[in-house]
Design a protein around this ligand. Structure first.
Ligand code: GAR
Length: 208
């Protein structure tokens, strides 16, 4: 069994591709002292991602690192790793980062990369999780905070929240309801890591 983090203030890097509402929710949890952490760095693969403006407003250092500027994924991720090391990051938090994490990053930050996914994994991994849930006809979906491994949304599960799927739900309506839970559960999971309460036993996450 391995302990993921020792108790103490987390130094977080957020990787995001878009809107950044989970980023904002984490910032808010820090401000309200529900989370003992600091976001020291935001990285986006998308130049015009709103999350970058949000980071700027909050005076958090941010970088746009464009995958197309590098010969391959390994070189792109090496650039990310360079920044993460510069900022002495404890954890990498994926918040709507719409790319698969490659070997380089996984090796450099093993069990130090976490993600939030808008479904109850292992159901509905990958893109359009909310639409997948509606199309399948499940009565409940939700969100999952998990460690990132080399599969698609397949890493050890830290926490989940259940959200009912309503008969008239559109993907957007369901996404909105799931998002409310995402904003809560991500900060809670991170706080468990800040308190050093998270252990990994095989693929089971133990909260002590
Ligand atoms: C969130 O719903 C998150 O769960 C999802 O993207 C959205 C990002 O919103 N992530 C994925 O689908 C990852 N596979 P945000 O930019 O407002 O945090």
């Amino acid at each position: 069994m391995i302990r993921i983090t020792k108790p103490g203030r987390l130094r977080l890097a957020v990787l995001a591709s878009g809107r950044g509402s989970n980023f904002e929710a984490i910032c808010q949890a820090i401000e309200e002292e529900r989370l003992n952490a600091e976001i020291v760095l935001v990285i986006s693969d998308k130049k015009n991602a709103p999350v970058l403006n949000k980071a700027q407003t909050r005076k958090i250092d941010f970088f746009h690192i464009a995958p197309e500027d590098y010969p391959d994924k390994a070189a792109y991720e090496q650039e990310i790793i360079k920044r993460l090391k510069e900022y002495d990051i404890t954890l990498v938090v994926l918040a709507g980062y719409m790319r698969l994490i490659g070997k380089e990053l996984l090796k450099a930050y093993q069990w130090k990369i976490i993600n939030i996914h808008p479904a109850l994994l292992p159901s509905f991994p990958g893109l359009n999780a909310q639409q997948q849930a509606i199309d399948y006809g499940v009565k409940f979906s939700g969100c999952t905070v998990h460690f990132v491994d080399d599969g698609v949304d397949s890493g050890p599960i830290i926490m989940q929240r259940v959200v009912p799927v309503l008969p008239e739900d559109s993907a957007e309506a369901l996404a909105e309801r799931i998002l409310i839970e995402e904003h809560q559960v991500y900060a809670e999971a991170l706080q468990l890591l800040a308190k050093g309460q998270i252990y990994l036993d095989g693929r089971r996450v133990i909260i002590k």
